[in-house]
Design a protein around this ligand. Structure first.
Ligand SMILES: [Cu+2]
Length: 379
């Protein structure tokens, strides 16, 4: 019997005797600096501020504390109740749609929180019939970054580092065709981290990642035309290694999102809340930057409702990790490159498994409709 097994047997023997006299450990109090775990020992929670209600007193029997009239004797009202904090609904304006290529358009579309929905600005000169392609196409380079955005005037009233809700947002990168355009805001992108810090976003070649506009919730809006294809090069620019762990609870027991396809020890049932069955390998508590786990920073673009060839659907197995990620699995098994997007001047070559980018072709051979593109990674 090796040492590990011996210790386990000892532990189980102690456990059997201990279980009769103790319950499971108490759930820990919410600590917003910690990432919630799907299994524990930290509880799942959402950081929604609850309102603080200071009780008042009943109108006649004034020694009776109350928070509503029903807390008072019949016929009396509850007076002096105050409510503070919480998240108020319907306080903020909706972000407006705007075209960054038109001066002043997005400034005018801002709501009271500074939010707006920028259109993606197409590159119409790279993929053209004149250049030998079957159709003129709108071409975009879209990246995914981690970004904080203030979502409600009830949240985080004072500006400062780490303010806003942490999100993963799509953003339009500049291309050679629009690098010198007057409307290009040349935003040097940063990834916002759960601890409140920010780190510069680099392209796979180590140069700064430059966006045409700041990241915005819901991402750049792509206005397409029936029968005119949209072509996209997608860059996964999320943080790498343990920084790429998702800041939401992840059910890593779904095959393909936790342990990789390799021999790993079977989880042992110790009957405790934090044993390997109830706190499996590759959950937030144990993942770290363990290369034996599928990464949480896998991402893709799925065009929801699009009539797209399967290679460009962005299926659950068409995800990629950021370039240079430490993983044996840098892309899903169904990732394919759009054949005629290879070897095009100014267009990134995304044919390598670990290049952190992939290409998409949307036919738009369908009637006008509102669609959305979103992540679709397995797990
Ligand atoms: Cu969808």
């Amino acid at each position: 019997m090796n040492r590990l097994k011996f210790v386990i047997v000892i532990c189980m023997a102690m456990l059997v005797s201990a279980l009769w006299v103790i319950g499971p450990p108490l759930a820990q109090a919410v600590d917003e600096k910690k990432i919630p775990h799907y299994y524990g020992p930290f509880p799942n929670w959402a950081l929604s501020q609850l309102p603080v209600i200071t009780p008042g007193a009943c109108s006649v029997t004034t020694t009776t504390a109350c928070s509503t009239d029903t807390g008072c004797p019949s016929g009396e009202t509850c007076l002096g109740v105050t409510v503070s904090g919480g998240i108020k609904k319907f306080q903020d304006g909706l972000p407006g749609l705007c075209d960054p290529a038109i001066a002043g358009s997005c400034e005018g579309a801002k709501n009271n929180l500074g939010q707006y929905l920028p259109l993606a600005v197409p590159d119409t000169t790279t993929f053209t019939k004149a250049a030998g392609f079957a159709d003129d196409a709108d071409y975009y380079v879209i990246a995914l970054v981690q970004h904080r955005e203030r979502m409600s005037s009830s949240l985080h009233p004072s500006p400062g580092p780490g303010v806003g809700t942490l999100l993963r947002e799509y953003v339009q990168l500049q291309t050679p065709a629009n690098a010198a355009a007057s409307w290009n805001k040349h935003i040097a992108l940063k990834n916002d981290m759960p601890d409140g810090t920010s780190v510069p976003v680099l392209m796979p070649d180590g140069t700064p990642a430059i966006a045409v506009d700041d990241p915005h919730y819901l991402g750049p809006v792509i206005a397409a035309t029936k029968d005119k294809p949209v072509r996209i090069v997608f860059y996964n620019l999320l943080p790498k290694d343990s920084g790429g762990n998702l800041f939401l609870p992840v059910d890593s027991t779904l095959m393909g999102s936790g342990m990789g396809p390799m021999s790993m020890m079977d989880p042992m049932n110790m009957g405790t809340v934090d044993d390997m069955v109830r706190n499996p390998a590759c959950t937030e508590a144990t993942k770290g930057d363990n290369p034996s786990c599928f990464k949480d920073n896998r991402a893709t673009i799925h065009l929801h409702g699009g009539i797209s060839p399967w290679i460009s659907d962005g299926t659950p197995h068409q995800w990629i990790t950021p370039a240079n990620e430490t993983t044996p699995w840098p892309e899903g098994v169904s990732v394919r490159t759009v054949p005629d997007m290879l070897g095009v001047p100014g267009v990134p070559n995304c044919s390598a498994a670990d290049d952190g980018c992939m290409s998409f072709y949307y036919t738009n051979q369908q009637s006008a409709r509102m669609m959305f593109y979103h992540d679709h990674s397995w797990g």
